[in-house]
Design a protein around this ligand. Structure first.
Ligand code: ATP
Ligand code: MG
Length: 493
């Protein structure tokens, strides 16, 4: 050792001394034991993924006030001035950290809903199960909720294999601390808090680490948390598709094992969640994720069988419609769930018509029963609102009438509220491979383009999309439908 020390001089001798004492401690029993213990602790901590509270100070993260909605900033300022804590949480923090524009800005606070309500004149307490406050202003609504703890109120639901029962949350309205609020959230990347007071990001669950690893990781035991609220299954897929993240191994395993839990989700909530897959600019990747996780089969069993039979003429139709949906989102055009559902369930309509005609049914009967079957199929799992069902039926029916293009009906078809959506579907079918329809689709597009422009006309009152209207019925005079360059605005409320 002395030789080694002699080789070093100046400040290096300091390191030589430390090295010497390290070697000495290694060879004395106590030092050896403490070294092993330290390694063991570090390894256990690493294995358990137990995160420590981390704070990213201002300047060490990308969430600056210019990326926030001014209304969210004002809400936090007022809460802090009134003596309460105020944080941004959830999608807003997450999305800014990956350079996406947040859909909304959610604020959490230690003030109760009543205290928040008293702080803002333009506000309203909403919700019965989850009481939170909507604060209005500057054309924006900010949702302010009180820190909540994991719920005590659960019911038990049977597992898929009936082997065990798992708790499902029925009441999520127990107030708690900020830390409890973090642990009750779904994924670590959704549990980051931006503190308005010192502009830092506070992380209780390891969200910062997972943002870096680009991982969707369930907080706590994945299987148990999916059982508590099966909507989290769809949220995991949506987050991964939207952020282009991977799903962490244990979360992914549970996700693949538990699609059956979706049966416990209310059909209206399921419909909302399905909409979020397709109307936030990530329809293509969401659809791919739904396919690869097997959730497509669970959400749309009848369509899946037709689209993924091989060879299937419908695969390209769905693909093209997803591309179109994303393109419309990127260019800021409106999107109508009714139209997307028209496309998704079109394979059922088509196949049913074919089967009915083969059996010798009359065209009108084949159409009527195929629409009924397709709508029943759509509403089996999801609570598709009535107005979308009306649109779906009208657009399907219009396909037949546009194809026939009886001269006496052309004007009335052009007046139809959903004519633009129907021509869009016609064009989509052509893009997806129905080449004989190309000329027909062009003709209808030209007819639509030749209509007087929207500005010159008032929107006509709601018109009936009943079969009677297309069949002739009483020839009520209607004002011409206005011109509109994109289908979906024109095709739904
Ligand atoms: P986006 O708004 O972009 O769809 P988001 O994560 O903000 O994504 P929201 O529905 O706005 O989704 O929810 C806000 C936050 O509430 C989430 O980030 C998450 O922390 C929490 N959250 C939402 N749904 C659940 C759930 N089912 N279980 C636990 N926490 C949830
Ligand atoms: Mg959100």
């Amino acid at each position: 050792m002395n030789n080694a020390r002699d080789l070093l001089s100046g400040t290096s001798s300091h390191y030589a001394n430390r090295l010497t004492s390290l070697f000495r401690s290694l060879f004395n029993r106590e030092g050896y034991v403490s070294l092993i213990r330290a390694c063991h602790n570090a390894f256990t901590k690493f294995r358990s993924h137990e995160p420590e509270l981390r704070t990213l100070p201002s300047g060490k993260h990308s969430l600056t006030s210019d990326k926030m909605s001014p209304q969210a900033k004002m809400v936090m300022e007022r809460l802090v001035d009134a003596g309460y804590a105020a944080y941004l949480v959830g999608g807003s923090v997450r999305d800014v950290m990956v350079s996406l524009k947040p859909k909304d800005f959610d604020v959490v606070t230690d003030a109760t809903p009543e205290q928040v309500r008293r702080t803002f004149r333009q506000s309203r307490i909403i919700g019965r199960r989850f009481r939170l406050v909507h604060v209005y202003g500057r054309g924006d609504i900010i949702e302010v909720s009180t820190f909540r703890a994991n719920s005590q109120s659960v019911v038990h639901v049977a597992n898929d294999d009936n082997s065990d029962e798992m708790p499902m949350v029925v009441d999520d309205n127990t107030y708690g601390t900020i830390e409890e609020d973090a642990w009750r959230r779904d994924f670590t990347i959704n549990a980051l808090f931006y503190c308005h007071a010192d502009k830092s990001i506070v992380d209780f669950t390891g969200g910062v680490r997972d943002m870096k690893l680009r991982l969707v990781r369930m907080i706590g035991d994945a299987s148990q948390r999916f059982h508590e609220d099966p909507v989290r299954l769809l949220r995991a897929i949506r987050m991964a598709a939207k952020l282009n993240f991977k799903v962490e191994k244990k979360t992914y395993q549970a996700l693949l094992e538990l699609p059956g839990l979706l049966q416990h989700v209310a059909p209206a909530r399921l419909f909302d969640e399905v909409g979020k897959f397709f109307f936030t600019g990530h329809a293509i990747s969401s659809y791919e994720w739904l396919l690869k996780t097997g959730y497509c089969e669970h959400l749309f069993p009848n369509i899946y069988a037709l689209v993924h039979a091989s060879p299937s003429p419908y695969r390209k139709l769905i693909q093209c419609s997803m591309e179109e949906t994303d393109a419309r989102f990127q260019s800021g055009k409106s999107l109508s769930p009714g139209y997307l559902f028209c496309v998704l369930y079109w394979p059922i309509v088509q196949e049913h018509i074919k089967a009915e005609l083969k059996k010798g049914a009359r065209v009108s009967r084949a159409l009527a029963t195929s629409f009924k079957t397709a709508l029943e199929s759509a509403t089996q799992q999801l609570a598709v609102p009535k107005r979308h069902q009306v649109m779906m039926k009208a657009v399907w029916s219009l396909q037949y009438h546009l194809e026939r293009q009886r001269p006496s009906r052309i004007d009335r078809l052009l007046e139809h509220r959903y004519c633009r959506a129907a021509v869009d579907l016609l064009e989509l079918r052509v893009r997806a491979g129905w080449s004989e329809g190309a000329e027909l689709a062009d003709t209808w597009r030209q007819r639509l383009n030749a209509l007087p422009s929207r500005e010159n006309h008032k929107r006509p009152r709601r018109v009936q999309e009943s079969r009677g209207r297309l069949r002739g019925g009483s020839a009520r005079k209607r004002r011409p439908l206005h011109q509109k360059s994109d289908q979906q605005d024109n095709s739904d409320d």
